[in-house]
Structures are given as C-alpha cells and as structure tokens.
Ligand binder design. Structure first.
Ligand code: FAD
Length: 369
C-alpha cells in the first residue's frame, strides 16, 4: 500500500488529507504548530468552495458563518464604492475552521504529527525521506502544503526564495459595528486593510503593508496612526472597536512570486504552489481547490492507474489551467492599490463602470466546484 505524507496542516493540507483518507489511502500530516491557532488571514472565503465542502460534509455549519454579498472599496483618502458580489463568500476564523478540519481528519484515520517541523525532503529511487525535528519518515508521495514561505524552500532550492519580499501581514480580531454581509477593502499608502465578520459576532481586521511603512515609524501602532488613519474609514475602525488579541498576529516576507507546482517530485498545493495577492480574497479557495486536484491525481497514482511521471504532468497541467492566470491578474490589480491616485482611479472605475468591477472580481476567482 502506498503511503502519502502531507507537509503542513493548513487548509490545503487538511483538505487533501481528508480526501485521501476517505479513499482509504494511508495518509499522515506533519504540522509544526499545535491546533487550534490563529493565522494571518482576512478569513473571507469565496463561495466557490461551498459545493465541494458540502459534498464532503465539511462545510462548517456548526459555526453559523456569516454570509457576505457586498464589497466596500475605499481609496487611500477615503473615496468609497459599494459593489454587489455576484458569487460572494462567507466568514470564518482560521482558528475555528482549521481546528474543525483537523478533528474531522482525525476521525477518519489521518495520522498527525503535531508540533513537528519538517527539515528536509529528499527523493531517491522512487521514495521520499522526510526528516523532521523528531524522526525520519518514508513515503511514496509527498504533498508540500506548508504555506507561502518556509525553510524547506531553501532546502528544495526553489528559485523564488532567493529574493526577499517587502510585504508583511498583520491581523486582529475585533468587535465593531461592521455589517455582517459586507467585506471591506480599505486602502492606505503602500498597503490595504480588509475587514469582514466571522463567527460569534467577531470581525477580522487584517492588512498587508510594505515593510518600509513600519521601518519609517518604528512600530505598528505608530505606523497605523500615521499611515492607516489617513483613510477615515480605517481611523474610525481602529479608534471605535474593541481589540480582542493582546497583540496582533504578524507575518513577514509575503511573496507573490511565481513558483512551480511540482518541485523535486514533491507536489505543491495552496500557497506553497503560488500565492494570490490577498486583496483578491481567493487564497483559501485556491488552497482548497488545489488540494482537491492534487488528491485526485495522488489517488490515481496510489491505485496504480497512472505513473509518477503522469502524476506530476497531470497535476502541473491542471494547476496551471486553474490558477496561473488568476495569480497573474491578482499581481496586476495589486499595483492599483496603495497610492492616492491609482486607488482613487480603481474606486471610481469600480463605482461607475460596473463591467470593469465585475471583470476584476470574476477574473481573480474561480467557478464553484
Ligand atoms: C494579509 C493576508 C490576508 C489574507 N486574506 C485572505 C482572505 O481574506 N481570503 C482568502 O481566501 N485568503 C486570504 N489570504 C490567503 C490565505 O491565508 C492563504 O492563501 C491560505 O492560508 C493558504 O493555505 P495553505 O494551506 O496553503 O497554507 P497555510 O494555511 O499557511 O498552512 C501552512 C501550514 O504549514 C505549516 N508548516 C510550514 N512549514 C512547515 C514545516 N517545515 N513543517 C511542518 N509544517 C509546516 C504551517 O504551520 C501552517 O500550518 C490572506 C493572506 C494574507 C497574507
């Protein structure tokens, strides 16, 4: 019987593990943290994932996630557009959603190695050797779902890791008067901040900023007051809300560079295969969708109907067909944000030329699957 190891138990890793275990395949997940835990993420999920999650009985109904069908877009100096989202989405914290998926995976026999970091993945003669902080594992297939950037990328000599990335992400959970059917994207100089509601009446406030902003002002609080508050919508949120974390979740070096979906025979899914700019609100849907596509091909390999070469070729082809365009468009759109005049232009276009707004939203999202 073939053995699959999944490196990283975020959305992508957990969904792939669930799909494979459901098909009777022996699958283990190695995750460096311990569930439940918070992550930097806007926590707005596109509705394109709903049919698939419901088909696996993985839609997190138990959390009663708010349903979102409206986008509020504001420019650096506070110009506003409100748009209907045809497809829409829902809001759930990663703290709850990932933990829920972890429990569901355990219940169907997925083996977990928690608090365990993978240090290296070596491929030799049709077999993988996975070295962790605790032991060495062997596997026939490895799915790399370890997120946007990890030390493993250095060990796997991935090209994108050679370059530093100037972006950092910051997230808070807050209590505030935010309409539950709305996701907002508020621009500020060299960054943007999203807000949408999640379970239990909480809202997620999450922003992406160029690190030069933080360098200039020395710390986040000072930077928020000097830079984010220039947008009156952000000033209102930051000054009139209850902040629920002692300190924010922060990540650095967020890279949107092109990556390869297969690296040294390791299939990559989610952000490890390529990260879409967060303003598109599609990273989680892509993580889930790529896990679906990867697990379907891995299943064929495990039951002997395709070779390893076919596994890698099929996955690369399918991944590129589904996601490569979205990532490229997301990178182009991000350039419109973060400066006064381009963000004013984007908001004006979104407000008065609906087909442009519809095109931008639809080209950065997939279809329900
Ligand atoms: C600021 C910001 C806002 C965002 N907002 C949204 C949004 O509103 N909507 C949306 O859809 N997407 C959003 N995204 C994108 C979304 O968060 C990601 O696309 C999604 O989390 C990718 O899931 P993943 O499973 O690929 O990776 P992750 O969820 O990052 O999971 C990777 C896992 O691998 C583990 N890991 C890493 N290295 C190792 C190792 N060596 N060994 C073992 N485990 C390891 C990590 O601990 C982690 O649990 C946002 C991203 C950012 C940065």
């Amino acid at each position: 019987m073939k053995k699959v190891i999944i490196v990283g138990g975020g959305l992508s890793g957990l969904i792939a593990a669930f799909c494979l275990a459901k098909k009777g395949i022996a699958v283990s997940v190695i995750e460096k943290k311990q569930y439940p835990f918070h992550r930097v993420c806007g926590e707005y999920i596109s509705n394109e994932v709903i049919p698939f999650l419901k088909s696996l009985d993985l839609f997190p109904t138990v959390f009663d996630p708010p349903s979102i069908n409206q986008l509020q877009l504001t420019s650096v100096n506070g110009r506003e557009a409100i748009l209907d989202l045809d497809l829409g989405g829902f809001g759930i914290s990663r703290y709850s959603f990932d933990h829920f998926l972890y429990e569901r995976c355990k219940a169907i026999g997925v083996v977990f190695y928690i608090n365990t970091e993978v240090e290296s993945i070596l491929y030799n003669q049709d077999e993988f050797e996975i070295k962790t902080t605790a032991q060495i594992h062997k596997a026939d297939v490895v799915l790399g779902s370890y997120g946007k950037r990890a030390k493993l990328d250095v060990q796997l000599e991935r090209e994108f890791i050679q370059k530093r990335s100037p972006y950092m992400g910051v997230k808070y959970h807050i209590r505030t008067a935010h309409p539950s059917n709305r996701v907002a994207l508020h621009n500020f100089k060299d960054g943007y901040c999203g807000i949408s509601n999640v379970e239990e009446g909480k809202s997620t406030l999450c922003y992406l900023t160029h690190r030069s902003n933080v360098k200039q002002f020395g710390n986040l609080k000072e930077m928020e007051e000097k830079v984010l508050f220039q947008n009156p919508f952000l000033k209102k949120i930051f000054t009139q809300s209850e902040f629920l974390f002692e300190r924010p979740e922060v990540i650095n070096e967020i890279s949107f560079a092109t990556k390869s979906p297969v690296e040294n025979h390791v299939l990559m899914s989610g952000d490890a295969a390529g990260m879409i700019t967060p303003l598109c609100g599609n990273g989680m849907a892509m993580a889930i969708h790529s896990a679906k596509v990867a697990s379907e091909e891995i299943e064929k390999y495990c039951n002997g109907s395709i070779s390893r070469e076919e596994l890698e070729q099929n996955y690369t082809r399918n991944w590129n067909a589904l996601f490569a365009n979205r990532l490229w468009i997301g990178r182009q759109i991000q350039q419109l944000f973060g400066s006064v005049w381009t963000s004013n232009l984007a908001v004006t276009l979104a407000r008065y030329v609906k087909p442009v707004a519809d095109f931008l939203v639809s080209s950065t999202h997939g279809k329900p699957f």
